[in-house]
Write a protein that binds this ligand. Sequence first.
Ligand SMILES: Cc1cc2nc3c(=O)[nH]c(=O)nc-3n(C[C@H](O)[C@H](O)[C@H](O)COP(=O)(O)OP(=O)(O)OC[C@H]3O[C@@H](n4cnc5c(N)ncnc54)[C@H](O)[C@@H]3O)c2cc1C
Length: 489
Amino acid sequence: MKKSTSAHRDERRAVLKAGTGMAVGAALTGLGLDAAAAPAADAPAGAGAGGSASADRAITVAADARDAWSNWSGIQFCSPQVMATPGSETELADVLADAGGGIRCVGAGHSFTGLVPTDATLISLDRLSKLQSVSATAQTATIQAGIRLAALSRQLDIQGCALRNLPDIDTQSYAGAIATGTHGTGKALPALHADTVGLRIMTSTGQPIECSETDQPDLLAAARVSLGCLGVVTQATVRVVPAYNLHRRVYLLPVQDMLDQAPALADKHRNFEFYYLPHTGFAASIVHDVYEGDDVAQSPSAAEDVLTDLRRLRDWFSWFPSLRRMVAGWAIDADQTEEARNRSWKLLSTQRPTKFNESEFHVPQALGIACVREVIAALEQRADTYFPMELRFVKADDAWLSPFYQRDSCSIAVHAAQGEPYDYLVSQIGPIFRKHEGRPHWGKLHDLSASDLAGLYPRWKDFLSVREQLDPQGRMLNPYTRRLFGLAT
Ligand SMILES: Cc1cc2nc3c(=O)[nH]c(=O)nc-3n(C[C@H](O)[C@H](O)[C@H](O)COP(=O)(O)OP(=O)(O)OC[C@H]3O[C@@H](n4cnc5c(N)ncnc54)[C@H](O)[C@@H]3O)c2cc1C
């Protein structure tokens, strides 16, 4: 029997805390879901745990350990002969001149696909990571491309500026983020690279080249999203806006209501996204709007509690899906909302302490909700799913390999906890994305071939010819990017 509202509330574990965490609100309550019964979710995936080249290493370091580098989730790894962290463009030119085989760059290692691994030379710009200047009149900032988004946001704030939008986390390097078309959410807001108005690139032969919206605009259109295949991006000029505050609200809706309301919510709010919580019947809406006041209010994150509770529901009730949904429905306090007010960069990006693997596709906005409905139906068919599915809105841009090329899009992301099977994200959910004309996130798992991609990107051949021109010997390629481009490995 259902308890009285107050008794029920007393027992509830408030999970709708929109702090610095994933900001997924679900109030799973009164369950006594304690740690003793929960299996470990964060078992490593068995890959090396080297991490990227550290900022204070010497210019080049011969790697003697196996799997000296691995990505964030541990499914990509490599043992390069050389891991280089040049501290100047002169040092970078020396590294390129000395490089015997292939050359790849790494940022924060937060891509899930095989873009980074190389057995030859791996270059990190962790020591080329300064905010160089801000022009208040032009509303632009010039940065060294290795800067992390978090450091950039903090330093811009001191100068009274901000990036227009941010992704879910801000750990990425600027060059790494734009190389894969990294984006946040907002129907009127494009991905990060759309605000890259100038780039300086060092080709594999050590030749510096520059491009901007007025000088070699075609090269800029190719280089904004380059998959790290045109050369080493050393510097960027970035459009910025005056620093601004946001008001965030997180609340739950039954998933059918969320699907019905999503297009209108995307129209209404500066940033709107939702997380569907598998096997609960609920989805969490996260909205941000510009806030003119100055007072700050922010709760600590509850996202890890949400994930733990969703996982426990999965582990305990996966053999009985209707019971799982019933318990979740009882446990969730759908009336709770959570609010926060703060600087834009403090709210838009959060932390992801629980690791996962991920696939994300960008479908035409008109097909977004239909696609999400099919994805949800597929996730509900599987008893092992519990990680939230994310839907975001992204405005079109003109970068040749942008997944949002001339197409307002809905981005749909599915996740599996680190250490758990993730192949179904590609084999089972992938066909749904493809059916809805999806273009894959370059940094997230997919199995599209060169001919698939050529059909999705009108400027595909143009990009390939710029690549050929800048790096005719293919020194900036690795086996993964060769396959993507349909080149012999
Ligand atoms: C927890 C988590 C949350 C995420 N959230 C989002 C999100 O909200 N939105 C989103 O769109 N994506 C998201 N991603 C994906 C992530 O933003 C992209 O994969 C991004 O490319 C990672 O940046 P990085 O600095 O780690 O680059 P890496 O993964 O290290 O590299 C990515 C690419 O950039 C190239 N590169 C790096 N530096 C240079 C350089 N100086 N010159 C030339 N090429 C270079 C590399 O060669 C590679 O091809 C998320 C990933 C994780 C793990």
